[in-house]
Structures are given as structure tokens and as C-alpha cells.
Design a protein around this ligand. Structure first.
Ligand code: AMP
Ligand code: MN
Ligand code: MN
Length: 323
């Protein structure tokens, strides 16, 4: 699908407004926050005012330092403001984690690369084939005839690397995104520095937790599915720092494996579940069944119940898919 007309409508909306509320999804990653930061920085260069809003939590080491740049609340409208609300890396107000009532009455624009989600938003630029939302922001900046600054390039490159597992999930025939990120490197982004940022800076506790979760892994359906779990007791003991993709990488390296699910049990009867797939099995479909979403090969959802209930429920659904 050609997105030129969507890009043009977003650029017109960005041109038509002077104040912006840039929102991403809750439990933000570097693609979501990086899209907010880079777009905010570019708008700032054009003399506009952008509020970067995120409910957090700030559990991922690669974005720890970014927390002071974001506000955890939607600031009130100032007199005469006619803002544009831009929702990035997700497609609905609920996914932002802000209560509906917190959002001001305003024109809304959605920029996202997830297929799931509603048709929410007055202006929509949604491209499920784009590997990261940061790449969509780069396209906006470049289509406007501008170039990312060195700092924007660094942030945009980090978002791309986060969502592609540092290029591991780039599909065959996708030269265009690679050409785009090569321009980011030319503008100052460092692949070496970005890898260190994504792979390093972890606490010893988080490495021990990785070992513990691997140890708990169980195989199902003749070794096609692996499930493991962690819970609030683990986090109390070892810290709740979010792993990068390392756990999934190790789980998906088991011979014969097709999909993985990691259940994170909170202490309030709620579990969040992360999914990965390396075959045609579409885990976003499973996540959507439970009210979540994501991509075909990486998805997530929140489910009520304890570890036992959630495991049983997941096995029932996966049984249909592995028939
Ligand atoms: P994660 O396992 O947290 O890295 O998430 C993998 C993918 O699933 C990302 O694209 C997330 O945005 C998406 N995702 C995770 N949890 C949810 C949820 N509760 N609702 C919708 N999408 C989700
Ligand atoms: Mn994201
Ligand atoms: Mn993303």
C-alpha cells in the first residue's frame, strides 16, 4: 500500500497546529519513546511546542535516562491552544494508559505500525509493514524536505534496532528500510554504541532472573511451544528491570520450537503475557483474542487469573493453532 497521501495528511496537520501532545503506549519501549522524542525535537526546530507524555513504567535500561524528558500527566490546555494529539506506536487511547477523561478535546492523529487496533483517529498513518514507528517519523521528516539532526538520527536508529531485534527480524526484500537507516548512520547514529546501549547496562539481578525463567521453561505440543513465567516475588528479590529480547532469543533457539509465551504474574490477580513466534503462527491473533495486540511474530496481552489459570487458558488456545 502506498502511504504518500497519509504522510501528506499528517504533514498538513503538523503544519496546521502549534501545540502538540505526543503520546505513546504504556510500558513504553525505545520505538515508542524514540518516536515521541524525535517528532517532538523536529517540531521544536520548527518553532512548535510539543508535550511528551508517558505513563511509564521506566523498566528498560536503554531508556532509563529519558524519564525526565517526559511528563506522567497530560498538562492542561492553555488559553487559545488548539492542539493536535498524536498517538504513536499504538492505535487507541486505551493503550496510552492515560484515562480517556485526561485527553483534551482535540483533533487526533495516529502514527503506528501495528495491524491490530481500532480505526480511531481523525488522521491516520498506519503501516503494518513498516518495521518501526521511528522509521515512519523519519519518513515524515524527510518527506517534509528536512533531515534528522545527529541526536534525532541516534534516537530514530535506536527505535529501529529495538523493534527489529537489531536487524534480526528484517524480512527478505526489505532494502528500503535499510537504505533509510543508512542515512541515519550518515547523520551521526552509531551502530556500535546503539548495540552497547541495547545489550549492556543490565543489573546482575536481571541476569539471575533470566536464568531462573529459563530454568522454569516447559515444552508443550511435542516441543513446538515453550512457556515460562516470573512473578512479583522474583521482582521483589531480584528487581523488576525488563529484559531486552535476550530471554526470547534463548527460548526461540530451542530446536523445533515455533512459539514462546512468558507469563508475568503481578500480585493483584493479573498476568501480562509476552508472545514470540518464528513460523507463520500469528501470535498477535492469540494476543488479540485476550484483548491485547502486537505483530505476527511479537505480541502481548494482559489476562486476569493466576499463573495456573492463565497457563491453562493459553494451552487451550494454542491447542487450536497447533491442530
Ligand atoms: P513485548 O513482549 O512487551 O516486547 O511486546 C511485543 C509486542 O506486543 C510489541 O509490539 C507490543 O507493543 C505488543 N504488546 C505487548 N503487550 C500488549 C498489549 N497488552 N496490548 C497490545 N499490544 C501489546
Ligand atoms: Mn512499542
Ligand atoms: Mn513499535
Amino acid at each position: 500500500m502506498n502511504h504518500d497521501s497519509h504522510i501528506a495528511s499528517v504533514l498538513k496537520a503538523l503544519d496546521d497546529h502549534d501545540t502538540f501532545y505526543l503520546l505513546g503506549h504504556e510500558d513504553p519501549d525505545a520505538d515508542c519513546l524514540g518516536s515521541q522524542r524525535a517528532l517532538g525535537s523536529w517540531l521544536g526546530r520548527r518553532g512548535k511546542k510539543a508535550h511528551l507524555c508517558s505513563v511509564g513504567p521506566w523498566g528498560r535500561p536503554e531508556i532509563f535516562d529519558w524519564e525526565p524528558l517526559f511528563i506522567g500527566k497530560i498538562p492542561p490546555l492553555e488559553d487559545g491552544d488548539q492542539p493536535l494529539i498524536v498517538i504513536l506506536d499504538c492505535s487507541s487511547p486505551e493503550r496510552t494508559g492515560f484515562p480517556d477523561t485526561a485527553l483534551p478535546e482535540a483533533v487526533t492523529c495516529v502514527i503506528d505500525h501495528h495491524a491490530a487496533g481500532s480505526d480511531f483517529g481523525d488522521i491516520r498513518y498506519v503501516d503494518p509493514l513498516c518495521p518501526s514507528t521511528t522509521l515512519m517519523i523519519q519518513k515524515l521528516i524527510e518527506t517534509a524536505g528536512d533531515e534528522p539532526t545527529a541526536e534525532e538520527a541516534e534516537i530514530l536508529f535506536l527505535g529501529f534496532c529495538t523493534d527489529t531485534g537489531y536487524f534480526r527480524h528484517v524480512e527478505p526484500g526489505r532494502a528500503e528500510p535499510l537504505e533509510a537507516v543508512s542515512r541515519l548512520v550518515a547523520a551521526g547514529a552509531s551502530p556500535a554504541e546503539t548495540f552497547r546501549l541495547l545489550a549492556g547496562g543490565r543489573s546482575l539481578g536481571s541476569r539471575k532472573l533470566l536464568g531462573r525463567v529459563l530454568e522454569r521453561s516447559e515444552l508443550y505440543f511435542d516441543g513446538r511451544l515453550v512457556i515460562s513465567w516470573e512473578n512479583w516475588k522474583d521482582w521483589r528479590e531480584l528487581g523488576s528491570e525488563r529484559d531486552s529480547d535476550m530471554l526470547y532469543q534463548l527460548m526461540m533457539s530451542i530446536s523445533g520450537i515455533e512459539a514462546a509465551a512468558v507469563i508475568r504474574e503481578q500480585n493483584d490477580g493479573i498476568c501480562t503475557v509476552g508472545f514470540r513466534s518464528i513460523t507463520n503462527l500469528d501470535v498477535s491473533d492469540i494476543a488479540r483474542f485476550f484483548g491485547g495486540g502486537g505483530h505476527r511474530k511479537a505480541a502481548g496481552c494482559t489476562m486476569s487469573g493466576d499463573l495456573h489459570d492463565v497457563t491453562e487458558h493459553l494451552l487451550q488456545i494454542f491447542a487450536d493453532r497447533f491442530d
